[in-house]
Structure formats: structure tokens, C-alpha cells
Write a new protein. Sequence first.
Length: 295
Amino acid sequence: MSESPSSVQSIIAQQHPETDVSARNVFWLPIWTLTQRELIRFFRQHTRMIGALGQPLIFWILLGTGLQGSFQPPTWAHSGMSYQEYFFPGVVLLIVMFTAIFSTISIIEDRREGFLQGVLVAPIPRLSLVLGKLCGGTVLAVLQVAFFFLLRPILRVVGLAPAMDFTFTIASVVQTIAILTLLAFALTALGYVIAWPLDSTQGFHAIMSVFLMPMWLLSGAVFPAGESGWLVWVMQLNPLTYCLAGLRRVMYANFSSDGLPSLGVSLLVTCLFCLSCVGLSVWLTGRQTSKDTRK
């Protein structure tokens, strides 16, 4: 007497429980594996840390020193704010962006080396592939920003960084980590969207120069909006403006910050931006890029 497929599957599950565990982990295991791979690759390539952390640090020191004399604090800032203090959250945003760029540019290298094709034919959800890549970039970005925060007191001792009026409490540290994690996840997803259709690293760097860097410049990271009408509109349409505003509000919770978007609006726009980039990443990954020759 033959058994139905459902009864056969139940017998296999009872005799081999590890099969059921494997089926349950088909979503989470690829995420953890790909995230772990990103971390291992990063710690084996020390130049990535120098590139993602060194250039923003140089920007912060040089621009902060050179533009200090001509800087006027915006309306939301305290009167004694220096340009380096104003520029500090913008440098944090730049570190996150550079880490996302270096993390997602490996998609092009993985496609060239054949690793990406092997992952795509594996029986795993496309969402697992995307989340594995994004989680790896997010963890690296948060780690590098944490190192930059720890480096600031050392720079202050040697005279390369000014005193700053923001103070961290347990609540503000948790909020800062949460916002940075959301920001890193969103920017890594944006880098994923840009890198996925490309087949050359030169093209990725070109898009970074004409798209990502202006996005950062027009977020309020380097200069406030001022009185220029068209520039104000461009900055208000830039999602990174709200990401940076949320970070500033958490760091300067002891000030009114009336000229910045509210924390609720900043988080809402950042979440929508993140969900849009992740959704587009999943769609691009699951899209068929070549015709089936068997038809």
C-alpha cells in the first residue's frame, strides 16, 4: 500500500528532525553566512578601513580648520558652535556612506569571480541574499563610526579636535546606535541598488562621484541651507537631510534645534527611504536578466 506524500514527509521529519531544522533555517542561515563573509573580507583587507575612515577624518580636520573663520552657526545651533562641531555629524554620515560603497562594490567583484552566480542558483530566498549583504555592510559601518567616536577624545588631546557641547547618556547612546544602524542599512541598500546592474567598478565610482557625493553635500552635512531658495528645496527633497537631522537631534538633545525637522519626521522619512531601497534591491535581485534559451 503506497503512502501519500504528506505522510512520507511526516515520517522523514520524525526520523530526521535535522531536516526540519534545515528547512526552518533556509531563510536565516544564508543571512548569517553572507554577513559573516563580509566581516571576514573586511578584516582581511585593512585598506578598506583606511579608505572609509581616513578620508572623512582628513576632511573633518582640514575643512574644520580652514572654514572655521567664515562659519556662522545656523539658527538651531548654540552660539558657540565651531565649524568642526557642526561638521562632526556630517563626517559620521560620510563614514557610513563610504562603508556602504566599499561593501556593495564587492557585488561587481563577486559577479566577475562567479561567486554571485553560485549564490543565485542556490535554493534560498532572494530576500535572504539581499539581507545578508546589507547586514554585513551595516555592521561594518556601525563599527567604524564607533571607532571614530572613540578616536575623537584622542584628537582633542593633541589639539586636532575642539570641545563639543553634546553629552552622551545611556538613552542617547542607544538612540544614536539605532539611528546609525537604520542609516547604515538604508545607505547600504542604496549602494546595492546602484551596484547590482553594473559590471565595472569604474562605472560605480562614476555614479558615486555624480550622485552619492552631491547627495551628501546637499544633506546639510557641510553647510546649512541658508537663504538660497532652490537650494533649500533640493535639500528638503534629499532623504539624507532627514537622516542627518535625526542624528543631530539625538546628539544635541539639550538644545531646542527648532530649525531642524522633528525627530519623528526624520525617522519616518529615513524608514521610508530604507524600505524603498530594500524593496528595490529585492526586485532587482529576483529580476530575470536573460532570456531562457530552452523556450
